[in-house]
Design a protein around this ligand. Structure first.
Ligand code: FES
Length: 193
């Protein structure tokens, strides 16, 4: 058996590049090597694009939502309802964009009521004749404060936070507040001049 000469071994190419790309002599490249380099560039490009998209998605998620007013929560979706005097006591005004009713009670206090029935989620219209929110689906009815007058609804209409700035009524529609009964501290009053 012939013994291998170490000097001979040193002249043998080592590694993948040598095996694939330089067969046939030093510096002489074969087409497989450039093809591999090309695909490496493609993969690197796709990876960079995927990373950029991921960064964009995360940034979009963290960006605060647009707000039309100043609320305690910077991400709040605040709707400016209008000046206090625009709403007479005992009135109910619909705000379709915010999906709520602004009720002004007889004593001058404001409540923002969700228009979604607490039974199974139908939209409840306000009836000025009966002075009730009457659900067309299964007959539930609510008074001007959102309290249940007729079942099957088992709890009052949800509310949104109301605040008054510079004599203008604003409603924070960013969070719907579920309640089990009407509470007087939900009602917001304009400061007397
Ligand atoms: S959804 Fe309103 S009564 Fe059923």
């Amino acid at each position: 058996m012939k013994k291998r000469d170490p000097a001979e071994e040193e002249q043998q190419p080592h590694g993948r590049g040598a095996a694939d790309g330089e067969a046939g002599g030093r510096g002489q490249r074969v087409p497989g090597s450039s093809r591999r380099a090309f695909f490496n560039w493609i993969w690197a490009g796709l990876g960079a694009a995927a990373l950029a998209e991921m960064v964009w998605v995360v940034a979009s998620f963290l960006r605060p939502r647009a707000s039309s007013g100043k609320a305690g929560d910077p991400g709040a979706a605040v709707i400016e309802a209008g000046p206090v005097e625009r709403f007479p006591p005992g009135s109910v005004t619909a705000f379709p964009r915010g999906k709520f009713y602004l009720a002004r009670l007889e004593d001058g206090g404001f409540l923002a009521l969700s228009r979604t029935c607490t039974h199974l989620g139908c939209t409840v219209p306000w009836s000025p004749e009966t002075r009730q929110f009457a659900c067309p689906c299964h007959g539930s009815a609510f008074d001007i404060r959102g309290e249940v007058i007729h079942a099957p609804a088992g709890r009052p209409l949800d509310v949104y936070r109301v605040f008054i700035e510079n004599k203008t009524v604003k409603v924070d529609t960013g969070r719907r507040i579920r309640r089990s009964a009407f509470r007087p501290d939900e009602v917001v009053y304009a400061k007397r001049a």
